[in-house]
Every structure is written in C-alpha cells, then in structure tokens.
Design a protein around this ligand. Structure first.
Ligand code: MRU
Length: 364
C-alpha cells in the first residue's frame, strides 16, 4: 500500500491499556478511531463489524485477549472466559479460531503475572506477521498482473474484486488488493471493478475508500454487473479474498463470490483467490458441506445507511413484514478457482497444490 504506516489496529502509544481501531461502520463518510478498553469492547467490535475481514478479526481477538489478561484476576482464567465468547462471535472466518488458539497456548505456558505482557507481544507479532504475509501475497500476485500487462502491450489491466479483501480487512496491504497496490507502484496501468457487495456494501464503502485513498483507478458496479462485463471482455482477472480455505482448495468468501466464479468460468476469465496461510482450515476438505456459514441480522438487508443532511442516516427500504434471509458467505468449489495466491507462492486450488507450498501442515 502506498501508505506503509497504515494500520487497522494498534496499541495507543500513550496508554498501553487501550487498543485502537478504525470504526469501519462509518467509512467512507467518517474516519473515526474507536478505543477498546476491555475484551468485551473487542467482542462488540467484532460482532457489530466495527472491524471485519478474516485477518483483522483474528488480530482483534488477540488484542482482546490481551485486555482480558490485563484486567483479569486471575489473568489466565479471564483469558479463557473471553476466548470462549470471542470464538462464538463470527463462525466462518477461520483466523478467529487460529488467533485464539495461538494465544491460549501462551496461557498454558505462562504465569499469571507475566501473561498480559506475553499476550501483548504475541498480538503485536500477529499484526506484524500479517503485514509481511500480505506484502508477500502481493509480490506473488503481481506476477499475474505483469503477465496480463505484457499480453496487452501495456494496456489497462482490469481486475474485478468482491467485498473488501483490502488493507481494511487485514493490518495493511490486504490480500486481494496487495498485488494491485504493487502493480500501481510498478507503474502498471491497473483499474479495479469494485463490486458493491450487498448487503453491507464492503465494496462501495471500504474498497472504494481505500483505492481512492491510494490513487488506484476504480469503478463501482452493482453486484449483478460482473457477468455482463466479463461477456464483453472488460475483466482480465478476478481476485477475491477468503475467510476459510479448505485443505482441498474450496474457498468461503463474502456472499456472491460463487456467482462471480461461475461467470468467470463461463467466460474463460481467470479467477484467483488471495489468502494468508492463517486462513487455511487444514481440518476441513469439503467446503460446501462443512464450512459453517454465518447468518446475520435481517436489518442488514432491509435497511441502508448513507449520508443525508451531513449526518449518517439509516432508512428501511422494504416492508416491515417482508421475510428476509441473510447468509453472509458462500463457498466456491476448488474446480472454479484458477489458483490460490499465498505468501509462499501461487498454487493450484487442490490438496496437492496446497501441500506443495505447506508440506508441514498438509502432513498433519
Ligand atoms: O463479513 P466481512 O466483511 O468480515 O467479510 C470479509 C470478506 O469476505 C473478505 O473477503 C475476507 O475476510 C478476506 S479478508 C482478506
């Protein structure tokens, strides 16, 4: 990302008992920093989506457990109570469980007196590692964009993305956006089709915000426009993120991703998924059958929030009585995925592909 110092979560430099986040519910209209002073604040931030995106959810859980240890007495017991509550908050993103388990291993081996400082160090390490991982994903993904640019004689590379798998979903750089930011830094002519991503509009509100902030040319489209653009040669590559990737390469991501993969398959458009290895669920093979899909409140579908008279305003757009279903994610089977872009390189979306990059995990 152009802004290397950008962070989505950090410890207040003047008061290490306060964790700070960006309240993403208010973007792009207001840039608000929110203090988290207890693990319960962290739980609300995850539940109510002040923060979202698989890697950032994991990092927020880790920092929340630091706050639990800081204020808990005894610290270890407090961390275990908080861990159980955090684990139940958002079921699809696997990074949440990954981060909580990593912190619980510290609880197992540390005295109560040292616990808060040990967890603080590891929460910071989780964030620092994520920045490095996303940058590496960017380097590998960049090779795909360079090849498209070469094939088009330096013409515009049109990338379509869904949801926000950007800097705001991670600590910085993003996963799907990291190759885009690096391509822009290399002087490649890159343009992004941004799916609006109903119902919470992560595309129109978050991806568009961060691309604009970094000067990346982009165009907002409604979620149903992707197929039409692909039929007319307007999309060179689709890159999305994922909340959970099975060991066989099935990917769960924001609802609507599967339909983009189907349209890409039908039109011969490469469909890549960018992910940190922290998003791989090595215990699961069949994503359609076994990945838990979060269902969220019906008000996300029935209401819209925007700016009216300079104030954030929420309005209902449907009848009060209309029955509503709100699945937050869907699963794209590996056969529709052209490749997985990870921090260790690009591989086929298959058990063999992932095993070639992560043999130590695949053999467990
Ligand atoms: O419901 P959200 O906003 O947390 O969903 C986020 C996504 O679906 C992202 O694409 C995914 O977490 C990957 S983030 C690098």
């Amino acid at each position: 990302m152009a802004d290397e110092g950008f962070r989505t979560i950090w410890l207040n430099p003047d008061d290490p008992s306060i964790v700070q986040i960006i309240d993403q519910r208010k973007l792009p209209h207001e840039y608000c920093i929110q203090d988290l002073t207890s693990w319960q604040d962290g739980l609300v931030a995850i539940d109510d989506m002040f923060v979202r995106g698989a890697p950032l959810i994991g990092a927020t859980a880790a920092w929340s457990l630091y706050l639990a240890a800081l204020h808990g007495n005894p610290a270890g017991a407090a961390v275990r109570v908080a861990a159980a509550k955090l684990l139940a908050s958002r079921p699809t993103a696997v990074n949440l469980g990954w981060a909580v388990e990593r912190i619980l291993r510290i609880v197992d081996s540390t005295t109560d007196a040292d616990l808060a400082q040990q967890i603080r160090a590891d929460a910071q390490a989780i964030c620092d590692e994520d920045v490095q991982i996303c940058r590496a994903i960017g380097q590998h993904g960049l090779t795909l964009l360079e090849a498209i640019s070469k094939r088009k004689g330096g013409g515009t590379i049109n990338v379509l993305t869904h949801c926000n798998a950007g800097a705001l979903a991670t600590i910085n750089w993003g996963t799907a956006t990291a190759p885009i930011y690096l391509a822009q830094q290399q002087g490649l002519d890159v343009h992004v089709w941004v799916d609006e991503t109903r119902p919470r509009n992560q595309g129109s509100q978050l991806t568009a915000w961060e691309l604009a902030r970094n000067g990346v040319p982009h165009t907002l489209i409604v979620d149903n426009a992707g197929g039409h653009l692909m039929q007319h040669g307007q999309v060179d590559i689709v890159i999305t993120g994922t909340d959970r990737t099975t060991r066989a390469g099935d990917v769960a991501n924001k609802i609507g991703t599967y339909l983009k993969a189907l349209a890409a398959f039908d039109n011969g458009v490469p469909f890549y998924v960018a992910l940190p290895s922290t998003t791989i669920d090595w215990a699961t093979r069949d994503g359609v059958r076994d990945i838990p899909i979060e269902e969220r409140d019906s008000t996300e579908v029935s209401h819209l929030t925007g700016i009216a008279n300079d104030a954030l305003t929420t309005v209902r757009t449907v009848m009060r009585t209309t029955p509503i279903s709100n699945y937050a994610f869907d699963v794209t089977p590996a056969r529709l995925v052209s490749g997985l872009i990870t921090e260790r390189g690009i591989c086929e979306a298959s058990e063999a592909g992932l095993a070639s990059l992560f043999p130590e995990e695949a053999n467990t």
